[in-house]
Ligand binder design. Structure first.
Ligand SMILES: Cc1ncc(C[n+]2csc(CCOP(=O)(O)OP(=O)(O)O)c2C)c(N)n1
Ligand code: SF4
Ligand SMILES: [Mg+2]
Length: 308
C-alpha cells in the first residue's frame, strides 16, 4: 500500500522461533508480536526479565510457557536493576556472552521504573532495555501513564476530561544519558525492528529500544487493525523510526515517501473518538514540531558523517 525507500527481503527474517504458539495475549496484541520479532533478532543465548505488565501474563502460568529462553519475573520498578544483577551474576559464572534483556511496559519504564533505568544507563550496564509502549497501564484496566498522548481517553482520563499532559519523551531522556544505542521500532516494520535487535546485541553497554506496540483492547479498535495502526503511526510521523548512537548520531531508518495527516491514524481508534477538529489540529501541530526537531538532528548527523 505505501512504498518505502527500504528494500524488504523476507530472507532477512530468521526462521527460528523462540516463542511458540499458545500465548495468553488478547487477539491482535502488538506486544506479543513484538516479542516474537525481537527474539528473532536477538537469538540465543538470551535471558529476559519482565516486571509486572501484560507480559507477566502472556507467557503462561508455570509450568507451561511459550518462551524458548529463560524469563525471570521481577518487581514492577526493578526491570533495569534486575537485568544488571543477572548480567553481573552471569559474568561471575563465566557466562558473560549471555544477552540480558529487561522487557517492560510504558508504565514500568516511563513512570515507576525510570529511576532504576536511569541508574543502569548512567552506569552503562551491559543490558538491553526494551520498553513496549502501548500508551497506558493495560494489564490493570487501561489507566493513563506518562506515555499516554495528550487528549487520549483512558479509564482514569475519561472522554469528558481526557489527558491534558503530552507524552513524555523517553527517547530523548535516554539519549541524554549518552548510552551507546537508543532506537525506536515497531512490528509493522519487522525488517527494521529485527535489524535493530541484531545491532543492539552486537553492542556493549546500555542499549534502549522503544517499541510502539498496539493494544486493540485499550485502544478500542478491532484486532485486525493492529498492524495498520502501528504502520500509520510511522507514516504520520507520530512515531518516527530512528536510532541514535552515543547520544548524538541520529539516523532515520525508515523514511516514508509521503507523510499522512494524523487524522487517518486517530479515527481508527475509539480512544480518540471524542476529539474535535481543534484538538486534532493541536495534536498535528505537536507531531510536526517534534518531527522538525528530530529532522534537524538527522540532518546534522548526516552532515557530520560526510565531513568524516
Ligand atoms: C509496585 C506495584 N504497583 C502496582 C502494580 C499493579 N500493576 C501490575 S501491572 C500494572 C500495569 C503495567 O503497565 P505497563 O507497564 O504499561 O504494562 P502493560 O500492562 O500496559 O503491558 C500495574 C499498575 C504492581 N504489580 N506493583
Ligand atoms: S490488554 Fe493490550 S497489551 Fe495487554 S495483552 Fe491485551 S492487547 Fe496485549
Ligand atoms: Mg502499557
Amino acid at each position: 500500500m505505501h512504498s518505502l525507500n527500504q528494500r524488504f527481503d523476507n530472507e532477512l527474517i530468521p526462521d527460528d522461533e523462540l516463542m511458540t504458539s499458545g500465548n495468553l495475549a488478547c487477539a491482535g496484541c502488538g506486544a506479543s508480536l513484538s516479542m516474537k520479532l525481537a527474539l528473532k533478532g536477538l537469538g540465543k543465548p538470551t535471558v529476559l526479565t519482565v516486571p509486572a505488565c501484560c507480559w507477566t501474563i502472556i507467557p503462561g502460568a508455570w509450568p507451561l510457557s511459550i518462551m524458548g529462553v529463560p524469563l525471570f519475573h521481577c518487581a514492577f520498578e526493578t526491570a533495569a536493576s534486575t537485568a544488571a544483577g543477572i548480567k553481573a551474576a552471569l559474568r561471575r559464572r563465566g557466562m558473560g556472552d549471555v544477552c540480558v534483556v529487561a522487557w517492560a511496559g510504558d508504565g514500568g519504564t516511563l513512570d515507576i521504573g525510570i529511576q532504576a533505568l536511569s541508574g543502569a544507563a548512567e552506569r552503562n550496564e551491559d543490558i538491553i532495555y526494551v520498553c513496549y509502549d502501548n500508551e497506558a497501564y493495560m494489564n490493570t484496566g487501561i489507566q493513563r501513564s506518562s506515555a499516554t498522548p495528550i487528549g487520549t481517553w483512558t479509564t482514569t482520563t475519561p472522554a469528558k476530561r481526557p489527558k491534558t499532559e503530552p507524552k513524555k519523551d523517553i527517547d530523548e531522556i535516554l539519549v541524554a544519558h549518552k548510552i551507546p544505542y537508543v532506537a525506536t521500532a515497531t512490528s509493522a516494520y519487522p525488517h527494521d525492528m529485527i535489524a535493530k535487535f541484531k545491532k543492539a546485541r552486537s553492542i556493549k553497554g546500555t542499549r534502549f529500544i522503544h517499541l510502539f506496540s498496539s493494544c486493540p483492547t485499550g485502544w478500542r479498535m478491532p484486532e485486525n487493525l493492529s498492524i495498520e495502526v502501528m504502520r500509520l503511526a510511522v507514516l504520520t510521523n507520530l512515531f518516527p523510526l530512528y536510532e541514535v548512537e552515543h547520544g548524538e548520531m541520529y539516523r532515520q531508518t525508515v523514511i516514508p515517501d509521503e507523510i499522512i495527516p494524523i487524522d487517518g491514524y486517530l479515527r481508527l481508534q475509539g480512544r480518540f473518538r471524542h476529539l474535535r477538529e481543534g484538538d486534532v489540529r493541536e495534536m498535528q501541530g505537536m507531531v510536526d514540531k517534534r518531527f522538525e526537531g528530530l529532522k534537524e538532528k538527522f540532518e546534522k548527523a548526516e552532515a557530520q558523517k560526510k565531513e568524516g
